[in-house]
Design a protein around this ligand. Structure first.
Ligand code: ADP
Ligand code: MG
Length: 263
C-alpha cells in the first residue's frame, strides 16, 4: 500500500529527534500522483512546534493536496509525513487517533448542516474521544466563547453568517486539542467584511503558540503572522523563507511573477 513499506524501515532515531528538536510536522520527500499527473513532487518541509507556516502559490500548485497529506485525506505515494516524530504514513496508523491530533479548517466550512452549533462542536469529542455529553458541552461552550459565538449554541449553520460558520469550524477543531491546525483558504469564501474577523481569530491562535499550516491568499496575514512562508508552484516548493525576505526580495522569477499578480 503506497508509501508504507519502504518508509517504515530503518531511519533509527528519527522519531525521538523530531520530538526533541521541536519539529511538529515533517514532510520527507512527499510525492503524490493522481493517475499519471504528479501533483506533489518530493516535498520536504519542517514546521516547528508553535510556529505558523504559510503556503502560497497559484491555483493548482498542490497546496490543498499537501495539507490533505497532513491528515491523510490524501495519501502520499512516496515519502513520509511525521507528526511529532510519528510517521503517520506508515502501516498500522490509527487514522482516527491521528486526525484527532490534526485540526483542519476548510474554505467552505464543512459543518454538519443538520446539526446545531453545539452538536457540531461536540460530535467528535463524543464519538472519537468518547467524552461524556456534559464534559463535551462544557468544553464546547468555552471554545465557542473564545471565538466569539457565545449564545449561538442552538443555531443551525444555515442560520449563521459565513464568518460565524467558520468560527464554528475553528471551535470544533480546537475542541479536540489538536497538536497542529491546518487552514485551507479559510477566508476565501467569506464576504469581504467578514475576512478580517477570521484572520484575527487565526492570528490570536498563532500568537497563543498553536502550530499552524496555513494556505492563504492573504499576503498581509502571511507577512505579519508567518514565521516561514513557502511558495509552491506545480507541485514543488520553489522558495521558502522569512516573510520579509520572500516578499521583499523574491529569489526566483516565478515568485516575482506570482507576487506581481496578487500584490
Ligand atoms: P491548490 O490547492 O494549490 O489549488 P490542489 O492541491 O487542489 O492545488 O491541486 C493540485 C492538482 O492536483 C490540480 O491539478 C488538481 O486538479 C489535482 N487534483 C487535486 N485533487 C485531485 C483528485 N482528488 N483527483 C485528481 N486530481 C486532483
Ligand atoms: Mg486549494
Amino acid at each position: 500500500r503506497g508509501s508504507g513499506g519502504c518508509a517504515a524501515s530503518g531511519r533509527e532515531g528519527a522519531p525521538m529527534s523530531d520530538a526533541a528538536n521541536g519539529v511538529a510536522v515533517r514532510f520527507e520527500q512527499v510525492t503524490k500522483r493522481y493517475g499519471a499527473t504528479e501533483v506533489l513532487s518530493e516535498i520536504s518541509l519542517d514546521v516547528r512546534r508553535g510556529s505558523t507556516t504559510c503556503i502560497i502559490g497559484p491555483s493548482g500548485s498542490g497546496k490543498s493536496t499537501l495539507l490533505r497529506c497532513t491528515n491523510l485525506l490524501a495519501r502520499p505515494d512516496e515519502g513520509r509525513v511525521l507528526i511529532d516524530g510519528v510517521d503517520i504514513t506508515g502501516p498500522g496508523t490509527d487514522v482516527d487517533a491521528m486526525r484527532a491530533r490534526v485540526g483542519m479548517v476548510f474554505q467552505h466550512f464543512h459543518l454538519f448542516s443538520h446539526l446545531d452549533v453545539m452538536d457540531n462542536v461536540t460530535l467528535a469529542l463524543r464519538r472519537v474521544r468518547r467524552m461524556a455529553r456534559e464534559e463535551a458541552e462544557a468544553r464546547a461552550v468555552a471554545q465557542l466563547r473564545a471565538v466569539g459565538l457565545e449564545g449561538l449554541e442552538r443555531r443551525r449553520p444555515a442560520e449563521l453568517s459565513g464568518g460565524q460558520q467558520q468560527r464554528v469550524a475553528i471551535a470544533r477543531a480546537l475542541a479536540m486539542e489538536p497538536a497542529v491546525m491546518l487552514f485551507d483558504e479559510a477566508t476565501s469564501a467569506l464576504d469581504p467584511e467578514l475576512v478580517k474577523g477570521i484572520l484575527n481569530v487565526m492570528r490570536d491562535l498563532a500568537l497563543s503558540g498553536m502550530t499552524m499550516l496555513v494556505v492563504t491568499h492573504e499576503m498581509r496575514f502571511a507577512r505579519e503572522v508567518a514565521g516561514e512562508v513557502v511558495f509552491m508552484d506545480r507541485g514543488r516548493i520553489v522558495e521558502t523563507g522569512a516573510p520579509d525576505r520572500l516578499f521583499d526580495h523574491p529569489g526566483t522569477a516565478r515568485l516575482q511573477q506570482f507576487l506581481d499578480q496578487v500584490l
